[in-house]
Write a protein that binds this ligand. Structure first.
Ligand SMILES: [Zn+2]
Length: 132
């Protein structure tokens, strides 16, 4: 499979892959580095499942392994992860504050669509939520 060009559109990732990217971001904020074992623990997945996902994310040029085998988001990976996190936050805010949906339902529903929104919708949603 060819590695996509950096200028290409947002790659289609499945939900699990999206969660791995967000987990790498979160763990890295918390402890400064991310090992596969941290990711497995955080996502409650086996090491085998994690290494397969990492392989895919690496091929898509979203994640790289540094010489210490620590996982890092590439610039492209960071951009996509920021978009997912923004979408998740804005959706959660919209569901709880505007629609008055209970938090546990809101977070479940935000989670199920966070990675399906286009950047434009995320931007507008974030803008809307700041105004409301
Ligand atoms: Zn999710």
């Amino acid at each position: 499979m060819k590695v996509s060009q950096p200028t290409s559109r947002t790659p289609k990732l499945n939900h699990t892959h999206a969660h791995y990217l967000m987990a790498i971001h979160t763990i890295s904020e918390e402890q400064g580095y991310v090992r596969s074992v941290d990711l497995a623990k955080h996502c409650k997945k086996t090491k085998g499942a994690v290494s397969m996902a990492i392989k895919t994310l690496t091929q898509k040029n979203l994640v790289i392994k540094d010489p210490n085998k620590h996982l890092k988001l590439t610039e492209r990976g960071k951009r996509i992860t920021t978009q997912y996190l923004g979408a998740k936050m804005a959706l959660y805010h919209f569901f709880t504050k505007v629609l008055k949906v209970p938090p546990h339902v809101a977070s479940k529903d935000a989670c199920s669509i966070e990675h399906h929104l286009s950047p434009q919708t995320v931007d507008e949603l974030v803008r809307f939520c700041k105004l409301s």
